[in-house]
Design a protein. Structure first.
Lengths: 578, 404
């Protein structure tokens, strides 16, 4: 664990002092210190003799400071209070075998989880083999509310980023457009997949495609948002750190998708995870091309040559992602009318419960943001304390060595022994607390996860709003079509025998109205469908949120209860004073 | 008077505060009651110095005087001048930053350090007999002020001078480069070792003290962020229904309680651990000053020896030429000889004293550090247990919530 800690982008000095701490010979360890070098019997003997000297000097001396503290006020002399059994087996996911067997592991057996630096996620990306840090990623992103007790599971690992060059047959620009692919390994027992383990290579563009298709197919659902695209040059793209960050982000994203009860069974995800070679999903066309296409059709639409109406098959998609500029304009006009118009929109969001819920979610988001920020600060402060404690220990180790080397009087050696006890204790405390802090990070990560979810909830709600807008637009359109039809009727009724052109127009208008009515029906059905999706998802989230938050608090508080002195699995560190 | 402070200051063979009327002579001092005097730029802090004693020269059994920091500085300077070879107990530093001069924490730290300072002097078998100490402890305020303003500038060693001497002690090369003659320095192996030890010790201690101070700060920072986190958790709980919301609220409250514990430990660390280390550093710096004095004395002795040699040569020349200047020269020579013996005596006294002082110093420091480490461990254990207990009380409720 210490080795991987060294790779974080911390101060070099801190790294150096961490390395120093690794090579410390810690006395009285009973061999528990996996990291430390062999405990020489010589130093242990020194420790022992210093102990007896110290205790006898305290007993025998008439030094005024014979500690008058009664036993109950000195916590070191009183026996530690009985520990609740909870502390011995903290609530955590089942231990994985590789974690405890890993020789890099330092921690006491009271931690079933891997204890590693929070930045460890960035380390082990070699060859897709699961390493301790990826175990930590496992426990981080999957909430412990139902680890693997549910019958179906979907385990995903993203690893092994590789540079590949795009064969530029089509491109005019010469040279290689290099991009990165990632190895995505899946283990599952879901029947649809028809297999239990498989791997594919995907690039980030594929992930964008997956995300877009999911958004279209699952309107109204709270879909975890994908990692962001970066508008960066290829130089940065190839930097190790960036690639590693992206790998971690991708893994998190895919795992969140796999945790969603509906999406994990989706075709889109399955195809993404399973199908070798090119991703068989329709790619998203970029905005510019869509606009160009749309602009091409627009004149025809305006002059009525082709169908200017929205057909039922169109209304199930939102206007934004499509090429129908006219529809975009109509809906935009409608939304402006909604906001600024004198009259109320044709159909309104009436569901008061929904509106209340929206407000509540807004508050939740605010508080989550705040709590998440404070959690970061807290973790940083805990880390700072642990680090400084370690540095203090190191400084005293150096002092001890110095006094021992330069000792002329025996009292110096006694002092050196004292210092050494303090120093080793300080270093031990430092390590212990750094381990505890890593756990705190994991527990409080729930806050960050839910912040991300809030974003997804916004998307789900805006699906609903845009569906409603489509309905409203159609309703407005219908009412204006009807009034046009009426006008034509009255106009043509004034002419005896009818007006051929007007009659033709009326017929056309009636057709248009029919199609638009169908579209309206579809749009309303779609809107209701999305509303229902919203409702189910919010309910699900509510349940999950309560469980997750309780577990977060429980985990956090349990962790804070851990106490080096009270932890019986730790060697007696303060014994030198009793 | 705080018993621990008194006990920390040293072996008090003359301290038996029980019976003022007993035969055994004793002298105990306490520095208390800091009070702000004056206004604006000229404001300063005054302290009450209470002396309890049965010594004949002192106005017993108890005398109270008012003193300020510069009075203590006067005492230290006088003792340094008079008692060369003895490690004069160190004073807390002047405050460089105006902002902190009057913070409660700074004043308390200074008061504590001043108390220790005076007590160390009072319990040193040689220093306690000093006339200057008696003046400091007994004289009325005007006398004290007169004495203080007289001495400024005369005995004050400028830091620059001291630094120069240290540099000479450390690098002989500079002398050669500057074209001086062979360096006049003691160079017995033991003394060299001692000097090296003292200089390196200061570096090590300064580093430890730096980390100790940082540790205090970290405790404060953690306390602060725990408090903020607690508030944020409480706010988050307002989004939840009754049962869960209450749990959030309680977690938030607990975080606040733990935050307070953190702050308390930060203060405890500062006063009992970090100050001890600072005090250790100051003591080592005082030793360096004594080393400089010893170097001075040695130089004087050597220079006088040289001058005497040359005078002898001159004398012999004059004897041969039967000059009338002979009588004068002989008289001068005698004076020089006496001076030389005096210089040698002074130097040897310093050496002797230093040898005793070193032993005393080492033993004292082992005791002081032992206490400081004990305080450290005690404080940290107390904090850790307190924190664990506080959070533990929440667990049953959380457990109930989780299973419901």
């Amino acid at each position: 664990m210490m080795g991987s800690e060294n790779q974080e982008g911390g101060e070099a000095r801190l790294q150096a002092s961490r390395e120093e701490m690794e090579s410390l010979v810690l006395d009285g360890d009973d061999g528990r210190d996996h990291i430390g070098n062999s405990i020489t019997s010589q130093s242990y003997a020194n420790y022992r003799s210093a102990m007896t000297t110290l205790s006898s000097s305290f007993a025998a001396s008439h030094h005024p400071l014979s500690f008058p503290t009664p036993a109950d006020s000195d916590p070191l002399l009183s026996p530690p209070s009985p520990q609740p059994p909870l502390l011995k087996s903290p609530n955590s996911p089942k231990p994985r075998t590789t974690a405890t067997d890993d020789p890099r592991h330092l921690d006491p057996p009271s931690y079933a989880d891997v204890v590693s630096s929070p930045l460890d996620d960035s380390i082990e990306a070699n060859g897709g083999s699961e390493s301790p840090s990826q175990h930590s990623e496992n426990s981080a992103s999957s909430f412990s509310r139902s680890p693997f007790s549910s019958s179906d599971y979907l385990e995903i690992v993203v690893s092994n980023p590789q540079k590949e060059a795009e064969s530029s047959k089509n491109s005019i620009v010469p040279g290689n457009n290099a991009y990165v692919t990632y190895l995505i390994t899946t283990k599952t027992n879901i029947s649809d997949y028809g297999g239990s383990q498989f791997s594919v290579r995907r690039r980030f563009r594929d992930v964008v495609t997956l995300s877009d298709r999911l958004s279209e197919a699952y309107r109204g659902f709270v879909i975890p948002p994908r990692p962001e695209k970066s508008v960066v040059e290829s130089q940065v793209m190839q930097k190790q750190e960036f690639v590693e960050q992206r790998r971690v982000a991708l893994q998190k994203y895919l795992r969140r998708l796999a945790a969603h009860p509906v999406i994990k069974k989706s075709d889109e995800l399955r195809v993404f995870l399973q199908v070798q070679g090119r991703l068989p999903l329709p790619t998203s066309v970029d905005v510019a091309s869509r606009m160009l296409d749309g602009a091409g059709k627009l004149p025809k639409q305006l002059f009525g040559d082709s169908r200017s109406v929205m057909g039922p098959q169109d209304v199930v998609q939102p206007a934004k992602g499509g090429r129908d500029l006219l529809r975009l304009f109509k809906e935009l006009k409608q939304s402006v009318a909604n906001d600024w118009g004198a009259s109320r929109p044709p159909a309104e969001e009436e569901d008061q419960e929904f509106l209340d819920r929206k407000q509540w979610l807004h508050d939740l988001e605010q508080h989550l943001t705040n709590a998440s920020k404070q959690a970061e600060a807290l973790v940083k402060a805990q880390q700072g304390l642990a680090d400084t404690m370690g540095e203090l220990g190191l400084a005293f180790i150096k002092l001890t060595k110095f006094e021992n080397e330069e000792a002329v009087l025996n009292t110096q050696r006694v002092r050196a022994a004292d210092m050494k006890s303090l120093a080793t204790t300080a270093v031990r405390v430092s390590r212990y607390h750094r381990g505890l802090n890593a756990q705190t990070v994991k527990h409080l990560d729930t806050l960050h996860e839910y912040l991300v979810l809030m974003l997804a909830v916004h998307n789900a709600f805006s699906d609903r709003s845009s569906a409603l807008l489509t309905v409203q637009t159609l309703l407005s359109e219908l009412s204006s079509l009807h009034s046009r039809a009426e006008k034509l009727e009255t106009a043509s009724s004034k002419i005896f025998g009818g007006d051929k052109s007007r009659i033709r127009k009326t017929e056309e208008l009636k057709d248009t109205i029919r199609v638009t009515e169908d579209a309206k029906g579809c749009a309303i059905r779609e809107y209701e469908r999305i509303k229902e999706n919203n409702r189910c998802e919010i309910e699900r989230l509510d349940r999950e949120r309560r469980t997750d938050f309780v577990n977060m608090l429980k985990g956090f508080v349990t962790n804070q209860c851990f106490n080096l002195i009270g932890d019986h699995t730790q060697p007696k560190t303060m014994a030198w004073l009793t | 008077m705080i018993p621990t402070q008194l006990q920390r200051s040293g072996s008090g063979s003359t301290q038996s505060p029980r019976s003022p009327s007993s035969q055994e002579p004793f002298l105990s001092v306490s520095v208390i009651d800091p009070a702000k005097m004056g206004n604006g730029v000229q404001a300063y802090i005054s302290y009450k110095v209470i002396t309890k004693t049965n010594l004949p020269d002192y106005q017993g059994p108890e005398k109270i005087v008012i003193r300020r920091y510069s009075d203590f500085v006067w005492l230290r300077d006088r003792l340094f001048e008079k008692y060369k070879g003895i490690f004069i107990p160190p004073l807390p530093e002047k405050s460089t930053v105006e902002k902190f001069r009057f913070t409660a924490e700074f004043i308390e730290m200074r008061r504590q350090a001043l108390d220790i300072f005076v007590n160390r002097i009072a319990s040193h078998h040689i220093l306690q007999q000093s006339e200057d100490l008696r003046i400091f402890l007994q004289a009325d305020e005007q006398t004290m002020e007169r004495a203080r303003s007289q001495e400024i500038g005369i005995f004050k060693k400028k830091p620059a001078d001291l630094m120069q001497i240290f540099k000479d002690v450390q690098s002989k090369v500079s002398d050669v480069v500057l074209g001086k003659e062979k360096p006049v320095e003691e160079s017995t192996p033991e003394y060299e070792k001692l000097k090296r030890y003292i200089f390196e010790l200061e570096d090590h201690l300064a580093e430890a003290q730096k980390h100790a101070y940082r540790l205090v700060k970290r405790h404060r920072e953690l306390g602060q962020s725990l408090s903020e986190f607690g508030k944020a958790v409480k706010l988050l709980g307002t989004c939840e229904d009754n049962a869960l919301g209450k749990v959030f609220s309680e977690v938030g409250d607990k975080a606040e309680i733990v935050s307070v514990k953190m702050q308390r430990e930060a203060h405890h660390l500062l006063m009992n651990f970090e100050e001890s280390l600072k005090d250790y550093v100051r003591a080592v710096q005082s030793i360096k000053a004594t080393i400089a004095e010893r170097a001075n004395a040695f130089k004087q002795q050597c220079e006088l020896a040289e001058t005497i040699k040359f005078k002898e040569i001159d004398l012999n020349k004059l004897r041969l030429t039967r000059s009338e200047k002979l009588a004068d020269a002989e008289r001068e020579y005698d004076v020089l000889k006496a001076d030389g013996e005096e210089a040698t005596r002074r130097f040897e006294a310093i050496v002797q004293l230093m040898n005793e002082e070193i032993v005393r110093f080492q033993e004292q420091k082992t005791l002081d550090m032992g206490l400081a480490f004990h305080e450290f461990a005690k404080g940290q254990a107390h904090l850790a247990n307190g924190i664990a207990e506080a959070w533990r009380s929440l667990l049953p409720k959380l457990e109930a919530c989780a299973s419901s």
